[in-house]
Design a protein around this ligand. Structure first.
Ligand code: GLC
Length: 719
């Protein structure tokens, strides 16, 4: 503990220490001054003086507002302890990048790092210190609306992206004034609610949690994330926010996290609804005992205020520990030296500053778009072709997605407008609404499209239909939009569907009706231009799917790294058994589009693959020399992917697990040699005693450009 923090703690009253543990929204600061207004008035014990002793504020940004609040607060805080300002800057502050599911689709951690770094720079100029990001919850159920906020279904991809995001947000310590503290969330396993229903029960074995869900949080913490946010859900039968096994044994003792733990919104009060505490005071005590430092808007820690003098020594000790961690965070962020650190009204509005960021946002979008069908090379289009851009997403700026903080939909370029800038002749009409259809509107669109060369159907959903509290039971593209595609199909022109979505959707009919299908996610501030550049061939699509797109909802949760089961179809078929094997009677087990899948415009083949040694020791690397050949007339990008399988394990082993990937460019008419290095340590698996170690034995490595079509080599790991 530094002298500054220890001297402060020695001067602070118990009430002042408790104040540091309380986080309020900006509602408590009217015109910069503390105010207890509206429904909050009922919180009788929350006095004005309490507001001047809280430790942090969430949801306020903007240089002038932050400065006004901080100035007034410091003028009224006895020991001049500055406020921390926190907000959900998830995929951009003012310049919005693709949603994290799109950033994951880039399969390029430098894209994530750049996006997070720019988000941090813009946020710091606007007075923020902490972002509630990255969200690293592994997801496998597209019914859950927050899959948009994750980088997908694979723990290795999520771990790589989590590390890149923390690095981008935080930079390298010690702090400079262009970076934020990252609060990795939601700890833990919030992405696995039963039936994909928001805030629903999460229950899984600790073995599965450790094997699949924990790695990405661990990667973020190893990247020095400064905060962790607890999740709403239960895990192992106890709500995360009071779960000592999760927050003390695993997070603090095992992962060695010494930073600040903050709850999700009102999560302490929700313990009462979970039925694991008697009342709010009991909830406060249990959260504090579990090591929660900051109470976000539950006013639970405020319960300690009115009986501070009666608090037992054990509680006082826990309050001291939490207050210390919060003060240390403030010191690390440089706030005691300068409470206005990084805050810069002029930079916040500097068009130069924003312009450069938009260039990066466009590049990120171009890297994240995934081409999943391109029948007879419909794409790329010639810029001389006349395009009819039809669909509910054609003329809207609603391309930013949920959690797009200060992003402005009104000034975001639409797909139609971006195509106008790129192609010689464009006509456009909505054709139908997101969920509405009328014959007249369709006829108008068909008439408009009748003399176009190509039809681009801009379809999908509004950003309001994904994100928090948007779980749905039907992930189909709306029937009205399928009806539109069918009408457009009657014009017998090439039909390209661009799908704007925050989650995998059921696209079987879209696939059948379209000659080409491009998954756009919510591509951000410059997403429309990125889409135009892909359609025109100026940029090659190079995104790959970070989450499986199922054939039908009944398959969900459907993910690539599944286990064999005792009755695999392949074994059954070999023995002539087709009934009693793991399958459905009404559907294939296969997805529409698998994890890792995506198309480019070139033609890259894996023409050679040799293993340097097929007998490895624990400290070795699995080394493959791979040759890729591009015999197309254009440079082309692809994502080389390496999966491994452990043939026999103490616990079941996935049929394949992503262990290495790299986005590479192979020049036209040439070959590229790549060396793949996979540390044997990366083959570690979780055993029944929860130890994580590599087993000796037989393994396979599988190499390709998605998770389905792979070249296989065998190798051994020895003592
Ligand atoms: C929300 C979200 C969380 C967010 C927090 C603060 O309920 O669950 O991700 O950071 O509240 O806005």
């Amino acid at each position: 503990m530094s002298n500054l923090v220890s001297e402060l703690l020695a001067k602070m009253t118990t009430e002042e220490k408790i104040g540091q543990l309380i986080q309020l929204t900006g509602d408590f600061f009217q015109d910069g001054k503390a105010a207890i207004t509206g429904p909050i008035n009922e919180l009788a014990h929350l006095k004005l003086q309490t507001v001047y002793s809280v430790g942090s504020v969430l949801g306020v940004s903007g240089a002038a507002d932050v400065r006004r609040i901080q100035e007034n607060y410091l003028a009224n805080n006895r020991l001049k302890i500055p406020l921390l300002f926190m907000a959900d800057v998830v995929h951009g502050y003012q310049t919005i990048f693709p949603i994290p599911l799109g950033l994951g689709a880039s399969f390029d951690p430098t894209v994530m790092e750049t996006a997070s770094g720019i988000a941090a720079k813009e946020s710091v100029a606007a007075g923020l210190h902490v972002t509630f990001a990255p969200m690293v919850d592994l997801v496998r159920d597209p019914r859950w609306g927050r899959v948009m906020e994750s980088t997908g279904e694979d723990s290795y991809l999520n771990s790589v992206m989590a590390q890149a995001a923390v690095k981008g947000f935080q930079g390298d310590s010690p702090w400079d004034e262009k970076h934020l503290a990252a609060s990795v969330k939601h700890f833990a396993a919030y992405g696995a609610p039963e039936a994909g229903r928001e805030y629903n029960t999460v229950d899984m074995s600790e073995w599965r949690f450790r094997e699949q869900y924990l790695p990405a949080y661990s990667a973020a913490i190893n990247a020095q994330a400064m905060l962790v946010m607890t999740s709403f859900n239960t895990l192992f039968g106890v709500p995360a926010t009071q779960n000592q096994h999760l927050l003390r044994d695993i997070l603090r003792d095992e992962l060695g996290f010494h930073g600040v733990v903050i709850t999700d919104w009102n999560a302490i009060e929700e313990l009462v609804h979970h039925g694991t505490v008697r009342d709010l005071k009991d909830a406060a005590q249990k959260a504090l005992a579990a090591g929660v430092d900051i109470d976000m808007m539950a006013f639970a820690y405020a319960e300690f205020l009115n009986k501070a003098v009666e608090l037992e020594p054990g509680v006082l000790k826990l309050i001291d520990e939490s207050a210390q961690r919060i003060l240390e965070l403030k010191e690390t962020m440089g706030l005691f030296a300068d409470p206005y650190r990084g805050l810069d009204e002029s930079k916040e509005k500097d068009p130069e500053f924003i312009r450069d960021n938009l260039v990066q946002a466009q590049k990120a979008a171009e890297e994240s778009l995934v081409l999943v069908k391109n029948h007879r090379r419909t794409l790329p289009l010639s810029q001389r072709q006349k395009l009819a851009v039809i669909g509910p997403v054609a003329q809207t700026g609603d391309l930013l997605g949920s959690w797009s903080w200060k992003g402005d939909v009104e000034t975001t370029q639409s797909i139609a407008d971006a195509l106008v800038d790129t192609f010689s002749e464009i006509v456009t009409a909505p054709g139908c609404g997101y969920h509405s259809f009328n014959k007249q509107q369709v006829e108008q669109a068909k008439l408009l499209a009748s003399d176009a060369d190509v039809i681009v159907a801009a379809i999908g959903l509004p950003s309001s239909e994904s994100g928090e509290a948007t779980s749905i039971t039907d992930i189909s593209i709306p029937a009205e939009q399928i009806a539109l595609l069918k009408e457009l199909k009657t014009l017998n022109k090439p039909l390209i569907s661009v799908v704007i979505t925050g989650r995998p959707l059921l696209l079987k009919e879209v696939h059948t009706l379209s000659d080409a299908v491009l998954i756009g996610w919510f591509p951000g501030s410059k997403g429309a231009q990125a889409i135009a550049n892909i359609l025109s061939g100026k940029v090659e699509p190079s995104g790959r799917l970070p989450m499986t797109f199922p054939l039908n909802l009944g398959q969900v949760p459907l993910y690539y790294n599944a286990y064999s089961t005792g009755r695999p179809i392949e074994v059954g078929q070999k023995n002539g058994e087709y009934k009693y094997v793991t399958k459905y009677v009404d559907s294939s087990n296969e997805p529409l589009y698998p994890f890792g899948f995506g198309l480019g415009y070139g033609k890259i083949l894996l023409t050679d693959m040799t293993m340097v040694s097929n007998s490895l020791k624990m400290n070795d690397q699995l080394i493959l020399d791979v040759t890729l050949t591009n015999d197309s007339p254009r440079d082309s990008k692809t994502v080389l992917q390496c999966y491994t399988h452990q043939k026999v394990g103490e616990t079941v082993r996935p049929l394949k697990e992503l262990k290495w990937f790299k986005k590479v460019t192979v020049e036209k008419q040439s070959s590229l040699k790549i060396q793949v290095n996979i540390p044997v340590a990366r083959l570690a698996s979780v055993h029944q005693d929860f130890s994580t170690k590599v087993d000796v034995g037989d393994y396979q490595v599988m190499v390709g450009f998605d998770s389905m079509n792979l070249k296989v080599l065998d190798f051994k790991v020895k003592e």
